[in-house]
Design a protein around this ligand. Structure first.
Ligand code: B1M
Length: 799
């Protein structure tokens, strides 16, 4: 039986536990890569695998977590390493255990957070997966992923090089979301769209603390769930992270997860064969008490930190249709010139007006769709983290757009036209992108419901042959014009009823129905309210139309899709029966100060306000009293989940532009001259550089020659440069708890090489105590202090 067969069986599947701690106990040096250690010590790896088999594990995980080209040293053969590690696990598992090929994160961030593209990750994972499959793994297990975009890249890579191998993806959550903002539900819905075999969470916490995350996953996952927690909460002891949950209590806590419906259980950091042994024992003793979870999963679209569900239990979904050049001269001209301003404005207006999904169509003569569509998609994701619907007939434009999008976007559309499903369907399937099924064939409009239903049936059959899951399908019920086809609206209602019966969500392009008649909005709104009553789940429309909005909000109350009429009350509390009086969905806020401009991420306004302020105020005061407190406030909002990544990015962009704008004044006030050399860098894995840039600027003002290596810089490069340039000082910046630890790498390397270079560290999370602990020579809380400390260290050098 293969792994999919096991998943179909009723029994619980036990995965193995941690590897890193066991390797350290066997002599792996701190900082050494487990994969490299494994190459030179195959026997140790095999023995650990075997210990897990003896403990009762049904699945072993290969020692290849960091086995990708970004993590491994240059010159290591990625394919061979992965193949060898897979063979070792297979050898240990024999016929008793199957093998999961571990694929961890690359340590690189997708644009705009980092500097890699989706396909860079896909290619790196594909290389690794090829090796694992050549070594005979039974499934691919993407582990400890924290970014939805990167997790998606593992699946796409696997589908490209090993389409028939089962895939499991595990995301790690910090509280209620992953590091880059994805919730457990959003993750599960995206993975369901990608049709992975097993959906998982691992690491971060112990079994008890992980329970809320697991419960949320179980509520939406129609696929089996795997949970691999740590051996309890990590604790710092003598500078080392330790995990203290003993095997028996670990197993007891895991049992509760199995009783809630978790199908596969294993361990992560700190767990050992003893934990797995205790787990197997307790599971055997309670085998009768496991049941499948009660799941009600809906058709869903996702972005990195949002998701929109369509269905009878979910609020009606409005898909904004305005980003479409048809009939819009100015938008057409802009898109032809490759400009996106108007499209971005239309996006903001529609989101403010309550659209939950934005249809994005750039199809017009002379527009390079394959370049403009993904670029616009990228900007929309960056600015609004909007849930998008890519609307195009250009296959390449759609494929590129699917690559820039970090979730499950909607594709508009696939009809019954010959060859269309065969071309576009597999792309939607492999990228987990739901699509609109348009019941059209051979360029004839099927006027009757019966004809449309026949086409829908035929497309559904063809989807099945292509392995395209039903959950990816949203049916357009095709609104024709009642003025020329009197039965048009009734035909739509029949199709909605049919789809409702078979659990297919529906949509409609609303405005067609009233074409050629007066009072179109009235007809459209009435049609919409009737259609909603029989189960229509979404429509594609201009969200700025008051009457349409009124119908949607009112119908959501009447259909019990708006619990306690919360949204309705919020919007219509002051409603009067005499005309257009819909409330505001968000709208504009007036910006009066640079502080507000940074907080609201309005770069243009910030630069206007700064241009005024520098006439009367000191640039340092503006920076320290207005801009820095503002971006700190943004950080607080992010922490409190009032802000998400797009807002963080916008504010950061505004802040950067603001600091750049002030630079001449900041420089003027101090003057410049060449002097002692300092190499400055933000440490590896960290892309925050606003603070570091300010420190650089002030150091220059005080006569230092600053060699700025930028951000995300490995320790080796920093130390090499300092050595080559004969720098007297190194300045390191880090803004995250996860990256400040990298500062120690530089201190260690400087010491190893016996250099006299002194190291100053700083950044929001860094403290004096931490600086002392890692052996840095100086610490500074802000840029002014950084200059003082730098000077002090230089004078020590001389004395
Ligand atoms: Co992010 N970020 N961010 N972020 N970001 C923080 C740091 C965070 C605290 C926000 C939060 O949760 N409240 C949090 C870290 C949590 C933690 O570890 N404790 C965080 C996170 C989680 C993330 C991401 C993971 C978010 C995500 O993807 N979900 C991601 C990380 C990506 C990565 O690095 N791998 C991310 C991304 C980003 C943006 C790209 C959007 C953007 C950075 C843009 C850029 O720098 N080019 C950004 C921003 C802007 C922030 C906040 C809001 C502001 C940082 C800043 O610029 N402050 C920040 C919240 C916060 O710090 N309160 C946050 C202003 C700047 C002048 O101050 O850098 O501290 P600072 O520098 C000061 C001093 O610290 C000192 O002098 C400077 C001037 O006075 N100093 C030194 C700095 N370096 C020094 C070196 C010295 C001496 C002094 O000696 C050499």
């Amino acid at each position: 039986m293969n792994f999919r067969g096991w998943l179909r069986e009723e029994k619980i599947i036990v995965f193995d536990g941690g590897m890193g701690t066991l390797l350290q106990a066997q002599g792996m040096a701190p900082g050494e890569l487990p994969e490299i250690f494994g190459l030179s010590h195959p026997k140790i790896i095999e023995d650990i695998h075997r210990a897990y088999v003896t403990a009762g594990a049904n699945v072993l995980t290969t020692n290849t977590f960091g086995g990708n080209k970004f993590k491994l040293p240059a010159g290591v053969d990625v394919f061979e390493l992965n193949r060898k590690m897979a063979l070792l696990a297979k050898k240990a598992g024999q016929t008793q255990a199957m093998v999961a090929g571990s694929v961890g994160p690359t340590g690189k961030m997708l644009r705009p957070l980092g500097d890699v593209d989706f396909m860079d990750l896909v290619l790196a994972f594909a290389e690794q997966i090829k090796g694992l499959v050549a070594g005979g793994v039974d499934l691919i297990l993407g582990e400890t992923h924290f970014d939805l975009g990167e997790a998606r890249a593992v699946v796409v890579a696997c589908r490209k090089v090993a389409p028939n191998v089962p895939v499991a993806i595990s995301m790690t959550f910090e509280g209620s979301s992953s590091l880059t903002g994805t919730t457990p539900s959003g993750f599960v819905l995206s993975m369901l769209n990608l049709n992975v075999d097993l959906i998982a969470t691992n690491c971060s916490l112990g079994p008890s603390e992980l329970t809320p995350v697991v419960e949320e996953m179980l509520q939406v996952s129609t696929k089996p769930v795997l949970v691999e927690p740590n051996a309890g909460l990590p604790v710092l002891e003598n500078g080392k992270t330790v995990f203290k949950l003993k095997p028996e209590p670990f197993a007891k806590q895991m049992l509760e997860l199995a009783q809630k419906g978790v199908k596969c259980l294993g361990g992560c950091c700190g767990t050992t064969p003893d934990h797995i042994r205790a787990l197997t024992k307790v599971l055997q003793a309670h085998a009768q008490s496991f049941g499948p979870p009660q799941v009600r999963s809906a058709f869903a679209l996702t972005s990195r930190d949002k998701y929109v569900c369509f269905g009878q239990e979910h609020p009606f979904v409005l898909i904004g249709e305005r980003i479409n050049p048809t009939g819009k001269k100015k938008l057409t001209q802009e898109l032809q010139a490759g400009e996106l301003n108007l499209a971005l404005t239309l996006a903001k207006e529609q989101l403010d007006a309550g659209a939950k999904v934005l249809d994005v169509n750039v199809g017009a003569p002379l527009v390079q769709e394959e370049e403009v569509l993904p670029r616009l998609g990228f900007e929309l994701v960056k600015r609004f983290d909007a849930v998008l619907c890519f609307d195009s007939t250009n296959l390449l434009a759609l494929e590129k757009s699917l690559q820039i999008y970090p979730g499950s976007p909607l594709i508009n559309s696939i009809s019954g036209e010959k060859g269309k499903l065969e071309r576009l369907g597999p792309l939607c399937r492999d990228y987990g992108a739901p699509f609109i099924l348009l019941p059209l064939e051979d360029n004839t409009l099927p006027e009757t419901a019966a004809k449309r239903i026949a086409i829908i049936e035929s497309i559904l059959d063809r989807c099945e042959q292509l392995n395209i899951p039903r959950r990816l399908i949203l049916v357009d019920v095709l609104a024709l014009t009642v003025s020329s086809t009197p039965e048009a609206a009734k035909a739509c209602f029949e199709v909605i009823k049919y789809c409702q019966k078979w659990g297919l969500p529906t949509t409609v392009g609303l405005s067609n129905v009233s074409f050629g008649l007066p009072a179109r909005e009235l007809l459209n709104a009435t049609f919409l309210s009737m259609a909603m009553g029989i189960g229509l789940t979404s429509c594609i429309v201009n969200p700025n139309l008051t009457r349409i909005q009124e119908v949607i909000y009112a119908a959501n109350v009447l259909l019990n899709k708006d619990k306690q009429a919360k949204n309705f009350i919020q919007l219509f509390a002051k409603w009067k029966s005499d005309g257009a009086n819909i409330g505001s969905f968000g709208g504009e806020q007036e910006i009066k100060t640079p502080q507000q401009a940074v907080i609201l991420g309005d770069k243009k306004k910030l630069l206007q306000l700064l241009a005024e302020e520098v006439k009367t105020k000191n640039a340092f005061e503006i920076l320290n009293q207005e801009l820095i407190p503002a971006i700190t406030e943004v950080g607080k909002k992010y922490e409190k989940k009032e802000y998400f990544l797009p807002q963080l990015l916008l504010s950061a962009e505004a802040m950067q532009a603001g600091v750049k704008f002030l630079e001449p004044w900041l420089k003027q006030e101090q003057g410049e001259r060449k002097g002692p050399k300092i190499v400055m860098a933000t440490v590896e894995g960290d892309i925050h550089d606003i603070g570091k840039n300010i420190v650089c600027l002030l150091l220059q003002n005080h006569g230092f020659e600053v060699i700025d290596l930028g951000k995300d810089v490995p320790a080796e490069k920093i130390v090499e440069t300092a050595q080559e340039q004969g720098a007297e000082l190194i300045g390191l910046s880090a803004l995250m708890t996860t990256t400040m630890v990298r500062m120690e790498d530089t201190v260690r390397l400087v010491n190893q090489k016996g250099l006299k270079t002194k190291i100053i560290v700083g950044g929001a999370v860094v403290t004096k105590a931490f600086a002392e602990k890692i052996g840095a020579h100086g610490y500074a809380e802000d840029a002014v202090e950084a200059v003082r400390v730098a000077k002090e260290l230089l004078s020590q050098n001389k004395s």
